[in-house]
Design a protein around this ligand. Sequence first.
Ligand code: ZN
Length: 346
Amino acid sequence: MPQSSTHDLTARLPNELLSSAFDGLSIGELANAMLVSRRWRDTALDHPTYWKEIELDTRDVRTGPGLLGKVNFFLLRLSRSKGRLLELSLEIVDTDFVDEVGDTFQALLDALNAHLHHLSYLSIDAHIRYLDAFLRAVTATRGDLRKALALLPEPVQLDVPRDSADIDGVRMRIKNAERYYLASAVSSSSKLPLLVGRLHDNCFMQRIPQAAPTIVFRSYLKVKAHDHRTALTHLLLSTHDLAVERLRYEGVERDNRLCRFCRASVETELHALFHCQGSADICSLRDILDEDVARLKGSSAVAMLQCLDSFRKFQYLLADKDTVAPLSRFVYHVLRCFKDEPMYRI
Ligand SMILES: [Zn+2]
């Protein structure tokens, strides 16, 4: 037995290789391997043989410390599963089981309940005396889950899953409910006008641009310049300093939240970006944006965008992975121009 890592012939092996050397060992052999060194112990504890298929069979040891040790070993292995998918089997057929293990029986029930969510298989063969307790342990969570799912904005009914296909079905229904909720929450919010109608990231190549999926990684989150990415995010989430939002906090009627530069329109996001003629600096920034788009997507793309209304134009520039960086730089500088000018109040 190696006494230190200097004598350990496996010391130079990567953890993955040491772990694969444990493949094929029984759980008893793996438990012996754990005694070799701290590293072997840690690697063995993480090996699937230790935590993936755990069995508690009390038919051969029915009393005393042997039985208690067996239950505790079961609990220890269960605690090493770390939320990974595993299979459990319990054979508890002796009528004196609870008298023998005492408080550990409750610990067993608690552990079953706590790990229920990541079991791919569960088999319990128990004496009729304990069936009720086991049944409560394995259904308590499901009862709470059923209630929580029924309270979702788009309720999901939870039937008792019979196999993995049923579980996949429940997961799909929860996913769809999540998408539906997000889509309806965004479209019904008067505060998030720019998050509605987002386009597919391939929109410039599509003859009729398609809508983006409700849940997808957005191109703008990959904009490298932190300030530019932040400015665009503020604009999209209506946490910017434009009057349409700021004066709302002060209770000013929407029609009176006028642009600080031209005072001719409500100071909305799209007015600031594409319509206001009250600032020469902002007009110059629009020219720079058009030049960037022409360079990246061609002059025909600029001409096409000019035929669209400003909302649609913004959605094209936002969705495309090439134009989103110049758009976010443009948004950053436009918002800076507005910030440098005092808000107009009637
Ligand atoms: Zn204006």
